[in-house]
Design a protein around this ligand. Structure first.
Ligand code: HEM
Length: 223
């Protein structure tokens, strides 16, 4: 559950504080810990990357439609787009193009992508919540995941396999994050709407955690 934060905080602080406990849970999830500790092999990293492809396809297909929207539009920065990098990583992990048409979303991933598509079509503020939860996370903790993946499985530094985590067109992530937080702080929304968006950030975290749980679950027998 997202706890209700004090209304006087800047919106960027408000949503970070509201999702803090969920962040800790996501970070410490069994799948993340097992993958990053090296207990799981590169195939777990590959399965995770495959699921991210469905999430970013939903986020970035919607971005085209929301371009120019007064609430979501300012967040849609081309330099954040991850789908081309994810596709290069999948080419590397599977052999060029071999994965196309063969990937299957987990049930949790399907629900996650459906929620993104839903808010993108009827609630731009909700879309901002999903945008924030993924892209600001990728610019932050994503860098920890990249470093560990390079070490665990021998990917070239910032190279094929981990390009998803490399924002080539964002030379200064700290400055970019500051600018992103300023955008959040000036989002045209009243307090009630800000609270709803904070709640949707909580939902976005839960949807991510559900994907981790399904990734951690043993594969069905006979599959
Ligand atoms: C092993 C996994 C993870 C690690 C090590 C990690 C680590 C971090 C760190 C160190 C920051 C702070 C960066 C800063 O202060 O600028 C951060 C921020 C963030 N992370 Fe994570 N994280 C992980 C997983 C996740 C996941 C699964 C999500 C959600 C999908 C997520 C979403 C975020 C968001 C939205 C922020 C920005 C918070 C803000 O400043 O508003 N993280 N993460």
């Amino acid at each position: 559950m997202t706890s209700r934060p004090p209304a006087h905080l800047p919106f960027s602080t408000l949503i970070r504080d509201a999702t803090k406990a969920q962040h800790t849970r996501a970070e410490g999830s069994t799948f993340m810990s097992d993958m990053l500790s090296g207990r799981l092999g590169v195939e777990a990293f590959t399965r995770y990357t495959e699921q991210l492809w469905f999430v970013y396809r939903a986020l970035e297909e919607a971005a085209v439609r929301l371009d120019g929207d007064p609430v979501a539009g300012p967040f849609l920065r081309r330099e954040l787009f991850r789908l081309p990098s994810l596709e290069r990583d999948l080419d590397h992990l599977h052999g060029s193009g071999a994965w196309r048409g063969t990937l299957t979303p987990l049930a949790a991933t399907e629900s996650y992508a459906e929620r993104i598509a839903q808010v993108a079509s009827d609630w731009p503020g909700g879309y901002v919540a999903h945008h924030y939860t993924r892209y600001l996370g990728d610019l932050s903790g994503g860098q920890v995941v990249r470093g560990t993946a390079e070490k665990n499985w021998g990917f070239a530094h910032k190279g094929d396999g981990v390009r998803f985590y490399v924002f080539e067109d964002i030379p200064n992530p700290a400055a970019f994050k500051r600018g992103y937080r300023e955008l959040l702080d000036s989002v045209p929304a009243d307090d009630e709407e800000k609270w709803r968006i904070a709640g949707e950030c909580g939902r976005a975290f839960s949807l991510n955690t559900a994907v981790f749980e399904e990734l951690a679950a043993p594969a069905p027998a006979g599959g």
